[in-house]
Design a protein around this ligand. Structure first.
Ligand SMILES: C[S@@+](CC[C@H](N)C(=O)[O-])C[C@H]1O[C@@H](n2cnc3c(N)ncnc32)[C@H](O)[C@@H]1O
Length: 276
């Protein structure tokens, strides 16, 4: 792997546990990260000689990919809603569906918002960057919140981060919007999940007991019925299997105008409800 032109073939031949498209994309990302070269640089400077230190870094990336470490954890960053976010193993890697949830929220006018289970802070920070509102965000993980605070500082936005357990936390004020992407994957679904996720992402961010898959939704709906302003809105990312159960609880707590939204794969993955 002495010259730039060899890097893509090296990734393709070595990282067999990912698709060919992923291997090529990881190679370009690694070239950019380690050598600072863009895709077009790769064509223009294809005979560029790589120094020993950078070869070592590239080999190290390949070795981690072989162990199924997601590329976002290798570089400790990702892009969400066109913004760069720092990540580590205490934070979930933000998903595309969550970007769609943020896009949906930003269609409305609001003065205050509370994000429950904030992780890297991707939801409140991307909303703060694109709105003018008072924003709070809560997570049970102190390690995740440290990353979220770094991300808020990097993007120069003000978010009040709270470390607490949503099952005991009582908000100090009412909000126009409450939003959450809580843990919603059943423990029994682990067998169907890829090793990239299972071996590396925080299980406390993903999984719930099979005995009550919507435990977070029940708690957050109940809390929101007391802590949303009149006409305030509740937004959730959901497991499509439980949309019916979640709608039932929303109705029980007198939420109206309940709306399901599909993701780009045509699955019901988001829900919105209004508190009258
Ligand atoms: C699915 S992740 C969502 C992370 C981020 N909002 C995102 O969309 O990428 C759920 C988050 O809920 C947090 N969490 C889990 N149990 C919690 C609890 N009892 N109280 C508060 N937060 C909790 C986890 O630490 C994790 O960051």
């Amino acid at each position: 792997m002495q010259i730039l032109a060899n890097i893509i073939p090296y990734f393709i031949s070595q990282v067999e546990n990912f698709s060919r498209r992923e291997r090529i994309s990881f190679a370009y990302l690694s070239i950019e990260n380690v050598l600072g070269f863009s895709k077009s640089d790769c064509i223009l400077k294809n005979d560029f000689k790589i120094n020993k230190k950078d070869i070592k870094s590239l080999i190290n990336i390949v070795n981690q990919l072989k162990k199924n470490v997601p590329i976002q954890y290798i570089f400790e960053e990702t892009i969400f809603y066109n913004l760069k976010f720092k990540l580590n193993k205490s934070t979930l890697i933000p998903r595309n569906e969550t970007e769609e949830l943020v896009k949906w929220v930003l269609q409305y006018k609001f003065n205050s918002l509370f994000d429950i289970g904030t992780g890297s802070g991707c939801i409140p920070i991307s909303i703060a960057k694109n709105s003018n509102s008072i924003i709070s965000a809560l997570d049970i993980s102190l390690d995740a919140l440290e990353i979220a605070k770094i991300n808020a500082m990097y993007h120069n936005v003000k978010v009040d981060f709270i470390c607490d357990d949503i099952f005991s936390y009582i908000p100090k004020r009412k909000y126009d919007i409450i939003i959450s992407n809580p843990p919603y994957v059943l423990k029994s679904e682990k067998v169907f999940m890829s090793k990239h996720v299972l071996d590396h992402e925080p299980h406390s961010a993903l999984f719930v007991d099979d005995s009550n898959p919507i435990i977070f939704y029940e708690r957050i709906i109940k809390l929101s019925s007391d802590y949303l302003n009149d006409n305030g809105m509740l937004f959730f990312e959901i497991n499509e299997k439980y949309s019916g159960d979640i709608i039932k609880i929303l109705s029980k707590y007198n939420f109206v105008d309940i709306e399901l939204k599909k993701d780009i794969n045509d699955r019901d993955r988001m829900i919105k409800a209004v508190m009258k």
